[in-house]
Design a protein around this ligand. Structure first.
Ligand SMILES: *Cc1c(COP(=O)(O)O)cnc(C)c1O
Length: 442
């Protein structure tokens, strides 16, 4: 572990300024209004759940660095796999060649998901784009004219155009509204502990789904069990089962965006397994490489794949990325799978760990809608101001937490923990105590 002296960190000195001479002057950071951008400094190393900065106290990474770090930072086993692979084969064009790590990964993911075919891309957004494009062309290849796509309110599927189109229309994609293809939407019947209205909400959504599905539909896309960026909004597994039944009855396709929920995050290896459903297409990324390298994959059934095979070039799925099946990414993904499959109790037991603390938190007068799904725990702050992403209360909590050695990034008034699997009991306790201390202070 890195040993160094940690000086106190001063927020005000690190405001982003496009005109200043700081080392940040040539950088355009993601998902941030730069006028009020506060940079938490350079991270120079990280180990397991801890981020070490050049200045400032070490931080517990309680959100897995935007939900990607699965086992822990700088995991030795995955780092070794990447390093070994880099000295053997770093990249090769995948349209003309294959390589052992890609074939191994495809075999393994296919046998775990039950979907026979794997298509490689670069990140979560492209894994979703590929799923949408395959679904659209599937019906074209079948010579059926279909236009309707159905998605859920509050969904987030990524930042490329197709992914934006199926996501919730909001401030993030408003400038592009006119360029996004139309999508029909259904309310996501989110639920929480002691929610008495859940059955009504589910029934309303299912009724609307059934009505919409009267029109021949290309696909229904959803984030199984948890809508992530939309505010860690959770549904019951039985709701997904009911959705699946309606989609199958209507002879449409079901796309599961497991970019966040995959690889144990929801307490089973994939969220769709917990809901006992079988999607036709599955998008994966984030935890796929253990959070080491950007890579996305889209799984498809043999039945879908078969529609793309034939003498007519029009049947071809003309899609590919420069770094398709990058061997380093595949090596990381295979190593990550080794760790996951060898220690399933690590993600299976997480719910119990959260449960203990959430049972304390739920009694706090400032806490509403407590909820847990596998490794993800969330609640809403009872705060003044607008509800949702633009509520300011989460920001104050974030500042407080960082000063106390915990990195979290609330979604407006939604506070959540989504830690790497390696987080110790002491570290988890520290995360919860920090949140409770802040709640007591407001
Ligand atoms: C993060 C996310 C995406 C987009 O993935 P990127 O790698 O950021 O492009 C898509 N879908 C879901 C459910 C996500 O959480």
């Amino acid at each position: 572990m890195t040993k160094k002296i940690y000086s106190d960190f001063n927020y005000s000195e690190n405001h982003f300024d496009t005109n200043n001479h700081s080392s940040l002057k040539n950088i355009w950071p993601p998902f941030s209004q730069l006028k009020e951008f506060t940079n938490l400094g350079q991270v120079i190393s990280a180990n397991d759940a801890i981020l070490y900065r050049e200045q400032g106290i070490p931080l517990i990474d309680a959100i897995s660095s935007w939900w990607v770090t699965l086992h822990g930072h700088s995991n030795q086993y995955i780092a070794n796999a990447i390093s070994t692979q880099a000295l053997k084969l770093e990249q090769v064009i995948f349209a003309d060649f294959s390589h052992p790590q890609a074939e191994l990964l495809a075999n393994r993911l296919s046998s775990i998901t039950g979907l026979e075919k794997l298509f490689f891309s670069d990140n979560g957004s492209t894994a979703v784009e590929v799923a949408i494009k395959i679904a659209c062309q599937y019906w074209v290849n079948k010579q059926q004219s279909r236009k309707q796509i159905i998605a859920f309110e509050g969904a987030y599927h990524g930042d490329t155009f197709g992914a934006m189109a199926v996501g919730e229309r909001n401030i993030f994609n408003a400038p592009f509204e006119k360029m996004l293809f139309p999508v029909e939407r259904i309310k996501w019947p989110e639920t929480w502990w002691s929610d008495e209205d859940v059955e009504n909400k589910e029934k309303d959504s299912l009724d609307k789904l059934e009505r919409l599905l009267e029109e021949p539909t290309i696909a229904v896309i959803l984030e199984p069990l948890v809508q992530g960026a939309g505010g860690m909004r959770m549904v019951r597994p039985s709701f997904l089962k009911a959705v699946e039944e309606k989609v199958k009855e209507a002879n449409s396709l079901l796309i599961a965006d497991e970019v966040l929920t995959g690889f144990g995050r929801c307490g089973s290896i994939f969220a769709f397994k917990k809901a006992n459903i079988k999607p036709d297409l599955i998008s994966l990324s984030k935890g796929l490489t253990g959070g080491f390298l950007p890579m996305g994959v889209t799984m498809a059934t043999q039945e879908i794949f078969n529609l793309f095979v034939g003498d007519n070039p029009n049947l071809t799925f003309w899609h590919g990325h420069s770094f398709t099946a990058n061997p380093l990414g595949c090596a990381a993904a295979n190593a990550s799978l080794d760790l996951l499959l060898n220690n399933p109790q690590k993600y299976k037991n997480y719910e119990k760990r959260h449960n203990y603390f959430m049972n304390v938190l739920k009694k706090h007068p400032k806490v509403s809608r407590p909820r847990i799904c596998g490794t993800i725990a969330a609640f809403n702050i009872k705060a003044d101001g607008p509800s949702g992403y633009l509520n300011q209360s989460g920001k104050a909590l974030k500042e407080f937490a960082v000063k106390n050695g915990v990195f979290i990034r609330p979604l407006g008034d939604v506070v959540y923990l989504l830690p790497p699997l390696c987080l110790t009991d002491e570290q988890l306790e520290k995360c919860y105590l920090t949140i409770i201390n802040w709640l007591n202070s407001i």
